[in-house]
Design a protein around this ligand. Structure first.
Ligand code: ATP
Length: 317
């Protein structure tokens, strides 16, 4: 049976601005998304029947129909029934390295990998934008995860506009294994607390979303200026998550005082906190310092770096 193994990188948010509430219930966002080397491995293998099944080595990840990777395969099966009949169903095996419910788009990256993998297994020849369009029906971060890199994302996060590729910047990530922040809770709380300042005029909305394209952080990215990028990191959701989760605030404050840290921020709706660091050596040193300050084994720490791609094929049989 044919199979593909794919690399599915996580993302961090270098910038996340909440602009308004949309009529569909989602928020209008302006974000800068960045792929990082920390990644899951996804294997997709053809089956002799038309079923879909998921295996995963992580206890917090469901293997039933609620898994986003399963939903990606079910979407492909519904869209391309002839290919399903010709090539058979798929067995999906997820080797999890990306922390779960972390604001790192782990589930979305898995779904993007399954779309790319099934496109290959079934010889569909879909374009990147066709894959992104399918991905948008599964979740706002899935289209980004397909191509990855450094991207401005507007709308719900599915309207993508690529930025110049960044030279690698080293990153330290910190996440308490047992701490989860519900994305729905974070946005709902933000709306309750700050909704009165949302933009309502459609002209203003468009201008605000456009402003991110000429913003300081985009200029810093164009100039490959890691120090300036780090100074311009921004995440509106910190306004609700940091006061409610003291452990996240503590990590944020601890990172800010470490030598070599250029800037620090929470990713997405958290609770992962990341720091951009001057060099790999300093990133390793920051990791050791944080570990020494917080010996709690529930705290997971990773050294990683920015990368310029999304889903990649690692091998095929
Ligand atoms: P985002 O940054 O897109 O908000 P996240 O990193 O916060 O995502 P995920 O790791 O994608 O969150 O997990 C969110 C929830 O989705 C988890 O609680 C988990 O049970 C469920 N889930 C479903 N499918 C997957 C998957 N393939 N990988 C991880 N979690 C999954």
């Amino acid at each position: 049976m044919r199979s593909y193994t794919l690399i599915a990188p996580a993302k961090i948010n270098l910038y996340l601005e909440i602009i308004s509430q949309r009529p569909d219930g989602y928020h209008e966002l302006a974000m800068i998304l960045q792929s990082i080397e920390l990644a899951d491995e996804i294997n997709v293998q053809s089956l002799s029947n038309e079923s879909i099944c998921v295996n995963c080595n992580h206890s917090q990840v469901p293997t039933d129909k609620s898994n986003l990777a399963y939903r990606a395969a079910a979407l492909m099966a519904a869209k391309f029934p002839e290919a399903l009949a010709k090539y058979g169903g798929v067995e999906i095996t997820i080797n999890k390295h990306i922390p779960v419910a972390a604001g790192l788009a782990g589930g979305s990256a898995n779904a993007a990998a399954v779309l790319v993998g099934i496109d290959l297994l079934w010889n569909l020849g879909l374009t990147k934008s066709e894959l992104e369009e399918l991905g948008a029906t599964l979740g706002s971060d899935v289209p980004f995860c397909v191509a990855g890199g450094t991207v401005i994302a507007t709308g719900r996060g599915e309207q993508l506009s690529p930025l110049p590729s960044l030279e690698p910047i080293y990153i330290v990530l910190a996440k308490y294994r047992s701490l989860e922040v519900s994305t729905a809770w974070a946005y709902k709380t933000y709306r309750q607390e700050f909704g009165s300042s949302y933009l309502r005029d459609p002209d203003n909305l468009a201008a605000r979303a456009a402003a991110v394209h000429s913003g300081d952080i985009v200029k810093a990215i164009a100039n490959q200026d890691a120090g300036e990028i780090a100074q311009k990191l921004h995440n509106d959701l910190e306004r609700v998550v940091l006061p409610a989760y003291p452990q996240v605030l503590q990590l944020r404050e601890l990172f800010a005082t470490q030598a070599g840290v250029l800037g620090t921020m929470m990713s997405g709706s958290g609770p992962t906190v990341f720091a951009l660091v001057e060099s790999e050596e300093q990133a390793q040193a920051v990791k050791l310092q944080i570990r020494a300050a917080i010996p709690d084994q529930d705290l997971e720490l990773f050294v990683t770096r920015t990368i310029t791609h999304g889903i990649q094929v690692a091998s095929s049989t």
